[in-house]
Ligand binder design. Structure first.
Ligand code: NAG
Ligand code: NAG
Ligand code: NAG
Length: 374
């Protein structure tokens, strides 16, 4: 009996490893909902069985939406493939995943609201050892232009198996007013370390959440207070609004393949707390540019290092390009908070009403050995 148990455990762990190693960053199984319920499990567009959508478990009022389907006068568009789901009041979808315990992950998913009012989604990963194991992500469509937006969040896997739950906590009168969900993806994050060449972590912003290769609107990183579990390792998104993670396949990026677009003016800031030596002089250098996304404006990025600040102006023609900024400061504490924000609110010149802003990238912090000679 004892032996059998052991063999069973071994077998389980081997099969677990196999599944884990076969995981590649990207869409979850049926993450874009292209495989749908059997006709017998649909009543109109309403999904009637908990397990009707392959690889997912649903609860509550969930609809299976085909691209081009009409809701009143509104044509419902789906960003990836032909199908998406709509979560009614208190409805949720979830999927069980095998994870590497102790590793950090980011979730990226696309969502669109279907009615005028503000909508919210509650994304959680269960079980976890965290006290608060969920995050409310407001669906703000003003950043994008086709109604869809990709959102991200991060978590640490506390168990080798967990469920990702996307839940609509809404209580609207019209049940057809819930948000649409499409394309749910997962990516392993490798928390970067400080190096001799940069005292900042992930200063080039290359390590971050998954961006759908076919989406031309980047991915929003909502504000979070803790840096250890966020989808952008090393960094904290402060204040009220999100910043946008952009890729060089669809945007102009000053360095490497990824950067951050500050889309919410002073309402969002990108921050990192660094270890500094009191009395030592440091140079904070960074690139400020535009994403080549018709964001034509006089831009200004404010950089802070503790109480020191510099304003870097950048004249954007909306066609890409960047300038370099620098802030020299003497540390007065063993921990210095570095922050970047956009002084102004900017909108795209394509009449879409979408918010846009300056791009920040290639952030470096170095000690200055002989400050008087530099
Ligand atoms: C996803 O669902 C399909 C169809 O039910 C099934 O064949 C496949 O094994 C599932 N994939 C995973 C990873 O569970
Ligand atoms: C969000 O979901 C989690 C887990 O599914 C739940 O415990 C929490 O109460 C939810 N929060 C809200 C505000 O609905
Ligand atoms: C991305 O777009 C290309 C070209 O339009 C298409 O062939 C491909 O199937 C798309 N990939 C995904 C994952 O939708």
């Amino acid at each position: 009996m004892q032996r059998l148990k052991l063999q069973l455990v071994l077998f389980l762990s081997i099969s677990t490893c196999h599944t884990v190693f076969s995981f590649t960053d990207g869409l979850l199984p049926n993450g874009n909902f292209e495989q749908g319920p059997k006709p017998s499990q649909l009543k109109g567009s309403v999904v009637t069985g908990h397990d009707a959508i392959p690889n997912w478990t649903i609860s509550g009022f969930v609809e299976y939406i085909k691209s081009g389907q009409k809701q009143g006068d509104m044509l419902l568009v789906v960003p990836e493939g032909d199908y998406a789901v709509r979560l009614g009041n208190e409805a949720s979808i979830k999927q069980k995943l095998k994870l590497i315990k102790g590793s950090f992950y980011s979730i990226t998913f696309s969502a669109a609201r279907t009615c005028a009012q503000e909508e919210k989604l509650n994304v959680s990963v269960v079980p976890t050892t965290e006290k608060r194991d969920w995050g409310i992500i407001p669906i703000q469509t003003m950043y994008g232009s086709n109604g869809w937006e990709s959102f991200t969040c991060g978590f640490r896997a506390d168990f080798p198996e967990a469920e990702i739950v996307i839940h609509n906590p809404g209580k609207e009168e019209d049940p057809a007013c819930g948000p649409l969900i499409d394309s749910v993806a997962l990516k392993v994050l490798y928390p970067p370390k400080r190096t001799r060449a940069n005292l900042l972590k992930n200063g080039n912003l290359e390590e971050g959440p998954y961006i759908f290769p076919n989406s031309s609107w980047g991915a929003l990183i909502p504000p979070h207070i803790e840096d250890s579990h966020g989808p952008l390792p090393g960094w904290i998104v402060e204040s009220l609004k999100a910043v946008k993670y952009i890729d060089s396949d669809h945007f102009a990026v000053p360095e490497g393949k990824r950067a951050i677009e500050l889309v919410a003016g002073k309402e969002s800031a990108l921050a990192q707390v660094v270890i500094t030596t009191i009395g030592k002089t440091y140079d904070l250098t960074f690139a400020v540019g535009d994403a080549n996304n018709e964001c034509e404006a006089s831009m200004m990025v404010e950089a802070f290092a503790g109480a020191n600040t510099v304003q870097v102006p950048y004249q954007s023609k909306g066609k890409g390009g960047f300038v370099r900024g620098k802030l020299r400061f003497k540390a007065v504490s063993t921990r210095t908070r570095l922050r970047f924000l956009s002084t102004f609110y900017t909108m795209k010149s394509d009449n879409s009403g979408s918010l846009c802003g300056p791009v920040i990238d290639d952030v470096k912090l170095l000690g200055v050995r002989y400050p008087t000679h530099a």
